[in-house]
Design a binder for this molecule. Structure first.
Ligand code: SF4
Length: 344
């Protein structure tokens, strides 16, 4: 690895606004409400993130069957179907919804188009949490397509009333090929009002294309079950780079860097920066290489916390720190009478 001269680190990479918000929701809930706090599914697809939150007290469950009646329960960033919300109601759970607002947007589109009598072609990956949630909004009107071959199987009552929607974390290039093929079958195909592939996915894919101009080996820090990380690996590969999806630096094999002068590093939207830094350190120290930061696109999107949590967070910043003598909060906030949790 001594031949390694340059480590290119591209921005934007790693956490997106939806992931930051979801993690903050769990942390805020843990600090405000008494335990246990349940989280349905991985809050985001990254086991390091999940483990850190588990250590802080979050209890992760795969289904609501494992949650006791009335418990505080957080829905993950990937969203849930109406069926899951109904189960939560039956169990009288106190729900905090960490669904990314950009996933919610696709849910609302599915609802609206199905009510207008459209057949929905949902482009995405079977079994992904987000797809299960979105399909659940209009199960009878929605058919899933993962690639162009699936299009042959589509059967719709009215070919003039077909709309396509997509998972938020797909490859922009793959989707445009599938949409082209869909248009050949349904010339009047309706598009979503605004791109369903989210800004973070698009920006990280554009950034990795830039990265591939500088490095022929690219590490994508992210999890196997992270859709946007998998797509980053594929986009890098399609640009001609040897690309590897790694959870952390311990998975790097020395042979991947043998004889290589430059390596590129990026990260999926659910991968913590700390893991990226460890990969950078591993590469730069092993080869004594210079680290060069590339900024492909400026990104400054922030999503607000749900009202019930941001109120308490604001309140705590307006109050004296815990080491000071007990004191009244002097913040200018109007206090709600209860600690209202969103019932969904
Ligand atoms: S990847 Fe996109 S849709 Fe998913 S949480 Fe991040 S911003 Fe939201």
């Amino acid at each position: 690895m001594k031949s390694l001269k340059h480590v290119y680190l591209v921005r934007p990479r790693g956490f997106c606004a939806g992931v930051v918000r979801a993690i903050e929701i769990v942390e805020a809930a843990l600090s405000i409400y008494p335990p246990p706090i349940y989280v349905r599914k991985e809050i985001v697809h990254n086991r390091h993130v999940v483990e850190e939150l588990r250590k802080k007290g979050a209890v992760f469950v795969d289904t609501l069957d494992n949650v006791p009646e009335g418990a505080i329960t957080i829905f993950s960033a990937h969203g849930v179907s109406p069926e899951v919300k109904e189960s939560a109601e039956e169990l009288r759970l106190r729900v905090i919804d960490a669904t990314c607002p950009l996933v919610t947007k696709v849910h609302l589109e599915a609802l609206r188009f199905s009510r207008q009598g459209y057949s929905i072609v949902l482009i995405g990956h079977k079994g992904h949490d987000e797809i299960e949630g979105t399909m659940g909004e209009a199960p009878l009107a929605t058919q899933l397509v993962t690639n162009v071959l699936d299009i042959d199987q589509l059967d719709v009552p009215d070919p003039q009333k077909v709309v396509y929607l997509t998972q938020t974390t797909l490859s922009v290039d793959d989707v445009s090929g599938i949409v082209e093929a869909l248009r050949r079958k349904f010339p009047n195909l309706t598009s979503p009002p605004k791109d369903d592939i989210c800004y973070a996915t698009q920006n990280r894919q554009s950034a990795v294309k830039e990265l591939a101009k500088h490095a022929r080996v690219i590490f994508v820090v992210g999890a196997e079950n992270s859709s946007n990380s998998q797509r980053l690996k594929e986009v890098a590969r399609d640009c001609g780079a040897a690309s590897y999806l790694i959870n952390d630096y311990t998975e790097i094999e020395a042979s991947w860097l043998a004889g290589i002068e430059a390596v590129g590093i990026t990260a999926g939207a659910s991968a913590p920066e700390e893991l990226v830094r460890q990969v950078v350190d591993y590469c730069s120290q092993s080869g004594d290489a210079a680290v060069i930061e590339l900024e492909a696109i400026e990104e400054n999107v922030v999503f607000a916390l749900p009202a019930e949590l941001s109120y308490h967070r604001e309140l705590s910043t307006h109050c004296a720190p815990p080491t000071a003598p007990p004191t009244q909060c002097t913040g200018a906030l109007d206090a709600p009478t209860l600690l209202p949790l969103q019932q969904q």
